[in-house]
Ligand binder design. Sequence first.
Ligand code: ZN
Length: 257
Amino acid sequence: MPSQETPAIILSVRDYGEADRLVTFLTPVRGRLTGIAKHARRSKKRFAHCLEPLSRVTLFLSDRAKGELEFLEKGESVRSFPSLRRDLARLGAGALLAELAGEMASPPEATADLFAALETALTLLEEGAPPDSLLPGFLLHLVKLGGYGLSLDRCQKCGLEPQPPLVVNLPRGGVLCGACGRGAPGPLVAVNPGAWKLLRLAQGLPPEKLSRLRFPPEQRRQSLTLLRLFIRHHLGRDLKSWTFWDKVVKGDLTRSH
Ligand SMILES: [Zn+2]
């Protein structure tokens, strides 16, 4: 009998043994979990359209959890985001945000907000919001929910409106005037005033309004570089999904697939 029903967003799925699948998913209460879907490769019925990364589903977990692993009894699809899947840039942005939300929700803190933010991002991408403008704002929002907010309003040293050339101190997560940053322990990353303004605006908006912002190419490039380095600094490694995003940006992947 199913004993525990939970909303979930599927983060990754891989084959496990002869017949099973190993599923990692985000939940609003318990954060990121991994479980075994027994016989999921043979019997599609219990998990019909459920075990695709980025799907919003309802999972039924057995209380016969095995060590760190949950047992997935069955699943029901809630939303599969078909339009998002048909576009590689939207898929790439969704994959990055899902991976980051999973990292920020482990250990589980602020998981309900992380879950809601990721679901909002996937919904906006599904509805056609431009992925490259959506990505910086949501990355920023997710790291903030994970406890690594960037302090962008005032220079961390002089306390005034920061004066260009601007730099961001990665360990302390704050902006500095170029002059104030001289000699500061780094690493420091340069950011142009346009990108700084957009990121500051993004940080002040609720997630459902982030699709209103448009990041022009240079601002987007700088914002994503900064966020990528900031996330790498805190996780100790890059998010894996950047590999796919880089290919999308370079146009290595064809638009039809
Ligand atoms: Zn300053």
